[in-house]
Write a protein that binds this ligand. Structure first.
Ligand code: TYM
Length: 331
């Protein structure tokens, strides 16, 4: 049977990259009736120095945001990673079959450690915990953006290694990527980079909860190129193409339709069109998010129910794993 697992870090506001690359896929899969488990990866958000005064607030905000985007706790299991101890327990055991050179090669580690003088151990073993997240539920599919592909590959390798050493236990999870540029939405300031929560320039992204005037300003100021025409060419013209992708997503129009309609306007005028469409698309989502945020007890209740449902599955996987590893007694 198919089982879908994914996760998101509770670090600051969710941006359009997270939404188009991951969350919108999750909502679609959920509404197709798939068995879906979503984790708010608070343990992962500690791998770089974090603000302990903000974390719990961020967890509730991301919960409200996911609900506002259409995640339905009746249909999907939504929970906070650290409330299910099996993730860290399994992570230790998986860490014992993973090698250091394998982790050192991962691009996300290289990227995130490059500006740090002292590298936390947690940052290094981050992908092992991510593998435990997925394997705790014996997930078969993992819908993520392109930046997560290598991490999921590590998870696949660890699952194979575990199975071959200790006996068939885990299905090998498949990565699910949206088939378009949504899987790697680009920064508005530098289309060579992906849109990212950690970019120091907030003008590089559109957050789901940004005010309309900020959305308009950031799109207006987005970096494109010297050609004034609106046409789609992700290689030669990544800046405009990124805007066309966003526009296509929020209006449901195809890239061809959009380019045809924009034949007689220049990129400057086109940016205003895109900005308006994004503001309109986000308006109802933002209203729902602020409604959810006004009821923190409800949000905590959602996470508690999610924790109970998630624990039921992960505790049974952990028991099996303990047994396979020889940690239990057969008397
Ligand atoms: P995180 O919180 O960085 O991002 C959440 C999701 O958003 C996707 N994403 C993007 N997609 C398209 N374009 C972009 N510019 C863009 N930026 C981010 C990410 O690919 C991701 O799918 N390690 C994970 C969280 C995690 C997880 C897991 C995921 C923890 N455990 C288990 C899958 C399975 C992360 O940091 O995502």
């Amino acid at each position: 049977p198919k089982r879908i697992f994914s996760g998101i870090q509770p670090t600051g506001a969710i941006h359009l990259g997270n939404y188009l690359g991951a969350i919108a896929q999750w909502v679609k899969l959920q509404n197709n009736g798939e068995d879906m488990i979503l984790s708010i990866a608070d343990l992962h958000s500690m791998t770089i120095p974090h603000d302990s005064k903000k974390l719990s607030r961020n967890i509730l905000e991301i919960t409200a945001t996911l609900l506002g985007c259409g995640i339905d706790p009746e249909k999907a299991i939504l929970f906070q990673q650290s409330t299910v101890p099996e993730h860290t327990q399994m992570s230790w055991c998986l860490g014992c079959i993973c090698t250091m050179p394998r982790l050192a090669h991962l691009p996300q580690y290289k990227e995130k450690s490059k500006d740090l003088k002292d590298i936390p151990l947690g940052l290094f073993i981050y992908p092992v915990l991510q593998a435990a997240d997925i394997l705790a539920y014996k997930a078969t599919h993992v819908p993520v953006g392109e930046d997560q592909i290598q991490q999921i590959q590590l998870c696949q390798e660890l699952a194979r290694m575990f199975n071959s050493r200790f006996g068939q236990t885990f299905p090998i999870p498949h990565t699910l990527i949206t088939g378009t540029d949504y899987a790697r939405l680009r920064s508005l300031r530098d289309p060579a980079k992906k849109m990212s929560k950690s970019d120091t320039d907030p003008k590089s992204r559109i957050c789901i909860t940004d005010k309309p005037e900020d959305i308009v300003r950031n799109i207006k100021k987005s970096v494109t190129d010297c050609t004034s025409e609106v046409n789609y060419d992700i290689e030669q013209r990544p800046g405009v193409s990124n805007l066309i992708s966003i526009h296509s997503f929020v209006t449901g129009k195809t890239v061809d339709e959009i380019c045809k309609e924009a034949q007689n306007i220049n990129t400057g005028q086109y940016k205003l069109l895109v900005a308006d469409a994004v503001v309109e698309y986000l308006r109802p989502i933002q209203e729902r998010i602020s409604d959810y945020l006004s009821d923190q007890h409800y949000l905590m209740e959602v996470l508690k129910i999610g924790q109970e449902k998630a624990s039921e599955i992960s505790s049974s996987t952990w028991q099996e794993m303990q047994h396979k590893l020889g940690m239990t007694f057969n008397v």
